[in-house]
Design a protein around this ligand. Structure first.
Ligand SMILES: [Zn+2]
Length: 247
């Protein structure tokens, strides 16, 4: 079984590209992906819930919704996140350090809420090591999935190493392999923290060469790693299915 643990109904790129549930499921079918975690960013928390509800109601057996926690002035993000999880069965919370500050007075209530609701937080820390360790240490009961092993498309081995060290130190930290462009760091992390603390995702959809081919290439990048079949199973399915209680 394969679950993509990181997929956007709306991206944070310059064009803020949107994809429908149908487009995502067609790409999954083309690539051989069973389930996909979906969420929208670059919208309010209320709008993100609508995006995910629309997609997941059409494909309830294939798509798994995350709520989006983006503090904003007009209304409480927390109430929308809580409603998405409690009333609509959303399985996790997305936080993006490029869109919100990760300072305690802004973001800490989200991590408290995640622990109370017993759902993981997928967080893009945008390379910020200090915020990552502060949050991992402050909220030991919150599962923090560190997107891109710390920073999207990171070519700085030393920086990736610091995020692996954080995962070694704090057991509530999971590393997300999407957007990691140094494959050796993925296998190194598997050996240092264990594949049951890591989850695969593609951070898609991505249109080149086409949605399904991009997803397939991301699967193949894991398949050729010098790690065991059990480790690959954990990356593709075991870890995220345990965290999201898929079985
Ligand atoms: Zn992403």
């Amino acid at each position: 079984m394969i679950c993509d643990s990181h997929c956007h109904l709306k991206h944070g790129n310059k064009e803020m590209t949107e994809y429908t549930g149908r487009e995502i499921v067609e790409a999954m079918d083309g690539a051989g992906i069973d389930k996909t975690v979906v969420f929208a960013i670059c919208v309010t928390s209320a709008q993100a819930t609508e995006f995910a509800l629309r997609a997941c109601r059409e494909f309830p057996d294939r798509l798994i919704p995350y709520a989006y926690a983006i503090p904003h002035i007009s209304e409480s993000a927390l109430s929308h996140v809580e409603r998405a999880v409690r009333d609509f069965g959303f399985r996790g919370i997305k936080v993006h350090g490029g869109e919100t500050r990760l300072t305690p007075y802004v973001i800490d209530p989200v991590f408290e809420l995640a622990a109370r609701l017993d759902v993981p937080c997928l967080v893009d820390f945008a390379g910020n090591v200090d915020y990552t360790s502060r949050i991992a240490e402050t909220f030991p009961k919150t599962t923090i999935i560190v997107a891109h092993m710390g920073r999207y498309l990171c070519t700085d081995r030393g920086l990736l190493n610091r995020f692996i060290e954080i995962a070694e130190k704090y057991e509530n930290v999971i590393l997300d392999t999407s957007g990691v462009v140094i494959p050796g760091k993925v296998s190194e992390a598997v050996h240092r923290i264990g594949s049951d603390r890591m989850a695969w995702g593609i951070d898609g959809p991505y249109p080149a060469p086409d949605l399904a081919s991009f997803a397939k290439e991301e699967i193949d990048r894991i398949r050729i790693l010098p790690i065991s079949e059990k480790d690959k199973d954990n990356l593709f399915w075991g870890t995220i299915s345990r965290l999201l209680k898929l079985e």
